[in-house]
Design a protein around this ligand. Structure first.
Ligand code: PMP
Length: 413
């Protein structure tokens, strides 16, 4: 029968746990089925361009790894993750200022199954039903899914081209507290945000941290994209500025390969044990094989050069998208100009509804994600997320041409 718990009656309806009733299907997942048809130009996904990896070399590396370290790589590991990888993760974080001077240590790193499990761990550790999470509006759809599964309420805080607006954050905290709501943390993606493509400015970083400190809010800093800048260095992460109160989450999905499903969380020392117990109850331990592949990749391959290749490809594709948008979009359409990451966030003219427009766009053989997927309350109709990391520049231009045609038709009717 129905495939979405809580929306269609199925035979198991009266058996589900209460939290299942709040689950809704991700708009992105539903879109993928059609978006993946070859005739459709998909600007909908968020996939890294892994074809840019030297696949033969990676294959040979993995073969050698199994031959030399197979007994460890194919065995169970420890819940917190391999020591060698946690040390390498600390070296990576030190590159962006998260080092011993702000208390970063391999002991406080927990390896996770991608950044997604890091989010899930944070939710399991801190969220009770009814708790409020503050998050950028719009925010990462996968984080919404995790917070909603924990039966928390996500309250969005407005952004502009410099990221989260500190005054809006302070006002949201006041408003929630005035209603008697308990705010557990601020969830933020400060750098090359998904889906908005904007970056929290240097000066606002300090302001946001001060507000959270003053108000006693934890900060969950999600940073999958910080190393994917095209126009120079990103501002230092929030965690590089504070020792306490900030959890730092990141992943190898965008710097290497998402298929390995390896991410991490750097937690304040005091909660490290609870985090490890939570992950052990959840998954026993992350994959030793996947972790070994990452440690070997980091220690034997020119990964910094590979990262430059990703940056260059995505930078070219970002440029292709921005010039197609300015050449082809009808007037009144607006969009962000990201300095990194994978996404442009566009705003439609004349209060058009991007969700209602999806079937027409698919008929015109172009796919995007409507803005509604990125707001807990389903608003965001006039926005859409456009991905530029996966399609090549020609496909991007063709996709924008088709999309512009659809928007023009909508405004004409
Ligand atoms: N956080 C954000 C902001 C993301 O965009 C993503 C992936 N799209 C993730 C976390 C999860 O990434 P992964 O589980 O692949 O590491």
């Amino acid at each position: 029968m129905g495939d979405v718990a809580g929306t269609t009656l199925d035979d198991y309806m009266d058996r589900y746990a209460r939290r299942v009733m709040g689950m809704t299907a991700s708009e992105i997942r539903a879109l993928f089925a059609v978006a993946n048809r070859p005739e459709v130009v998909s600007l909908a996904g968020g996939m890294p361009y892994v074809a840019a990896l030297p696949l033969d070399t990676v294959g040979a590396m993995i073969g050698k790894l199994i031959a030399q370290q197979g007994e460890t790589a194919l065995q169970y590991g420890i819940g917190q993750g391999m020591v060698e990888l946690r040390e390498q993760i600390c070296e990576l974080m030190a590159d962006v200022g998260i080092d011993g001077s702000v208390g970063a240590s391999p002991d406080d790193v927990v390896v996770t199954i991608g950044g997604q499990q890091a989010l899930d761990l944070v939710a399991r550790l801190f969220l009770d039903p009814g708790d409020v999470v503050l998050a950028e509006g719009p925010t990462y759809v996968g984080a919404l899914g995790v917070f909603q599964a924990a039966q928390a309420r996500v309250v969005h805080v407005q952004m502009d081209e410099d990221g989260l607006i500190p005054e809006a954050l302070a006002a949201a905290i006041l408003a929630q507290r005035a209603q008697g709501n308990r705010i557990k943390f601020l969830y933020t993606i400060p750098t090359y945000q998904n889906p908005a493509g904007v970056t929290l400015s240097e000066s606002r970083r300090e302001e946001v941290l001060q507000i959270c400190e003053r108000e006693g809010l934890l900060v969950i800093e999600d940073d999958p994209y910080g190393r994917l800048g095209f126009d120079g260095e990103a501002p230092r992460p929030l965690r590089a500025r504070r020792r306490d109160g900030v959890f730092y989450l990141s992943t190898f999905s965008k710097t290497f390969a998402p298929g390995l499903r390896v991410g991490w969380i750097l937690a304040p020392h005091a909660v490290r044990d609870k985090l490890v117990m939570t992950t052990e109850a959840n998954i026993l331990c992350p994959s030793n094989l996947a972790q070994s592949v990452i440690t070997t990749y980091l220690s034997t391959q020119p990964w910094r050069e590979q990262l430059k290749i990703y940056q260059q490809i995505y930078g070219e594709r970002r440029d292709a998208m921005l010039s197609a948008l300015s050449d082809l979009m009808p007037s009144g359409t607006q969009w962000t100009r990201p300095n990194g990451g994978l996404f442009v966030w566009a705003t439609l003219p004349d209060d058009l509804d991007s969700k209602a427009m999806v079937p027409r766009a698919i008929a015109a053989r172009v796919a995007y994600v409507p803005g509604t997927g990125f707001y807990a309350d389903g608003t965001g109709q006039k926005h859409m997320r456009l991905n530029f990391s996966y399609p090549d520049p020609e496909r991007i231009r063709e996709g924008i041409r088709r999309l512009a045609g659809v928007i023009e038709q909508e405004t004409a009717t």
